[in-house]
Design a protein around this ligand. Structure first.
Ligand SMILES: Cc1cc2nc3c(=O)[nH]c(=O)nc-3n(C[C@H](O)[C@H](O)[C@H](O)COP(=O)(O)OP(=O)(O)OC[C@H]3O[C@@H](n4cnc5c(N)ncnc54)[C@H](O)[C@@H]3O)c2cc1C
Length: 467
């Protein structure tokens, strides 16, 4: 008899940890993802600011799972899930693949949300993928090059103004790192401009920095950023973004900020696959597009389908790595339990359809519901400075930074990636350097967004990109 087939969508935290948790089980696992790597998103900002290489935070999924004999990896973007036929359709280039499943774990994560203003993305890339991080690396280092070439003080000021939208952990980390770049790393590298004069503005429509960390830690993070020269503007809503600046509305009115480099670190939107699943199950979607799951992370009427991580809405759990990791492991444990129950002599179900839907639905409620164990959260502000909230413990400064360093090192996948990451951190944090400042011409011109800027904006190599 064919082994129970588990299909996992996504190679992020939820998908990878679910797959690995099934390594000793008598199942076949097929992991389908639209990228060939497992991305450690919390360190994307370090790729964008030249500290780490993309390979260090994005090991090949195939390599990570090479020794797991019951797992295979398929490259493809999932475009459809048919819950009745129990199949997943994925596409890559012109090739379409249909994969049948017995159990399904959907962990396709979330993308950036521009709150209905998707055209902002052209001028203010988000921070969700390796492509985003490399794009931002090109724009950030490129802005200093443009400033060096500028012929008027206004052009220099515009090129040396960096606006980060969103004062959550990603925005704080980006703003802090751009400040360190300008004040430490690039300090002596230019002849016509003074990089330390760069303006870094951190904007948020809300009234707090790091609101999820509470007012004490948020206040300390803000103070540290301001000490580093970052302008923090709260209660400021971005109303428009273009190639050379952005329009901001706050209590005093509407203002324009001239800035070549804009980084969007505000808002997430769950994978559109949640809409496909909602249409077939009647499950609701929340404002961020996350699908409302049952307490055991399954969908109504489909105990064989789990939705985990950033796509799932349950008990107000936050969109963080630990929720996805624990959700992935939980789904694996439930699949294991179901198979064990189906295999037991008093079971009327078969391994392929253990117990039938109705029976499974009642069984599912008997399972322990998914409960997220909060292990705390942390954000770095600069080298040697971070904030951390672990249970009732609040840490700031160097101790928090050491805790941050240790935790992130543990979760980076693979020994060799840990070693090279440590070396790069030594280069950047003990010294002044950034080992990964390279930007290729292809990276700069590849994006339609840059091509479409046309005559209004001269790309920083002075060439007109091919159309
Ligand atoms: C910049 C940044 C910084 C962050 N910092 C922190 C932090 O410090 N601490 C923390 O706890 N959390 C942090 N997070 C949040 C954390 O990374 C997410 O909560 C976590 O990655 C969610 O895991 P997931 O498995 O749900 O989704 P993801 O990790 O996003 O994985 C989704 C996977 O699905 C794949 N995929 C998407 N759509 C499809 C499709 N249609 N077909 C096939 N594959 C698809 C993707 O390629 C990817 O492999 C950060 C996130 C970002 C973006």
């Amino acid at each position: 008899m064919a082994r129970h087939h588990v299909v996992v969508i996504g190679s992020g935290f939820g998908g990878l940890f679910a797959t690995q948790a099934l390594r000793r089980d008598d199942v076949e696992v097929t992991l389908i993802a639209k990228t060939t790597h497992h991305l450690f998103q919390p360190l994307l900002y370090q790729v964008a600011t030249g500290i780490l290489s993309e390979g260090e935070i994005a090991p090949a999924t195939r390599e990570v799972l090479a020794r797991q004999r019951n797992a295979e990896v398929l490259l493809g973007e999932v475009v459809d899930i048919d819950l009745t036929a129990k199949s997943v359709t994925s596409r890559i280039l012109d090739q379409e693949t249909v994969t049948a499943y017995d159990s399904l774990v959907v962990a396709a994560g979330a993308g950036q949300s521009y709150f209905g203003n998707d055209h902002f993305a052209t001028f203010a890339p988000g921070m969700k993928s390796i492509d985003d991080a490399l794009e931002l690396r090109g724009r950030i280092f490129g802005a200093f090059e443009l400033a060096e070439l500028a012929t008027t003080p206004e052009e220099v000021a515009r090129a040396l103004t960096f606006v980060v939208v969103g004062a959550g952990p990603t925005g704080v980390e980006m703003a802090g790192q751009i400040a360190e770049l300008s004040r430490r790393t690039l300090r002596r590298d230019f002849r016509r401009i003074d990089p330390t004069e760069a303006r870094i503005i951190l904007l948020d429509a809300m009234s707090a920095v790091l609101p999820s960390f509470g007012s004490e830690l948020g206040g300390k993070a803000r103070a540290r950023l301001e000490q580093m020269g970052v302008e923090v503007r709260l209660g400021a809503r971005v109303t428009d973004v273009d190639a050379t600046g952005l329009q901001v509305s706050d209590a005093t009115g509407s203002h324009r900020i001239e800035a070549l480099t804009k980084v969007w670190a505000a808002g997430v939107q769950a994978s559109p696959l949640t809409a496909t699943l909602a249409a077939q199950t009647g499950a609701g979607l929340d404002r961020a597009g996350r699908i409302e799951v049952r307490p055991d992370l399954t969908l109504p009427g489909h105990p064989e389908v789990f939705v985990v991580g950033d796509m799932a809405s349950l008990n107000g759990y936050p969109g963080v790595a630990q929720v996805a990791i624990q959700g992935g492991r939980y789904a694996a444990a439930r699949i294991r339990e179901r198979l064990a129950t189906a295999d037991s002599p008093d079971s009327s179900g078969s391994p392929d359809s253990p117990g039938g839907d109705a029976e499974n639905a009642s069984r599912a409620t008997a399972y322990q519901p998914f409960v997220y164990r909060d292990k705390g959260s942390m954000a770095t502000i600069s080298r040697f400075s971070a904030v951390a909230s672990i249970g009732r413990i609040r840490l700031t400064g160097f101790i928090a930074w050491i805790a941050w360093l240790a935790v992130h090192l543990v979760y980076i996948i693979g020994f060799k990636h840990r070693v090279t990451t440590l070396l790069h951190w030594a280069v950047s944090f003990l010294g002044r350097g950034r080992a990964e400042r390279t930007v290729t011409v292809q990276q700069i011109f590849a994006r339609n967004a840059l091509r479409d800027l046309g005559d209004d904006y001269t790309p920083w190599l002075g060439e007109t990109p091919a159309r």
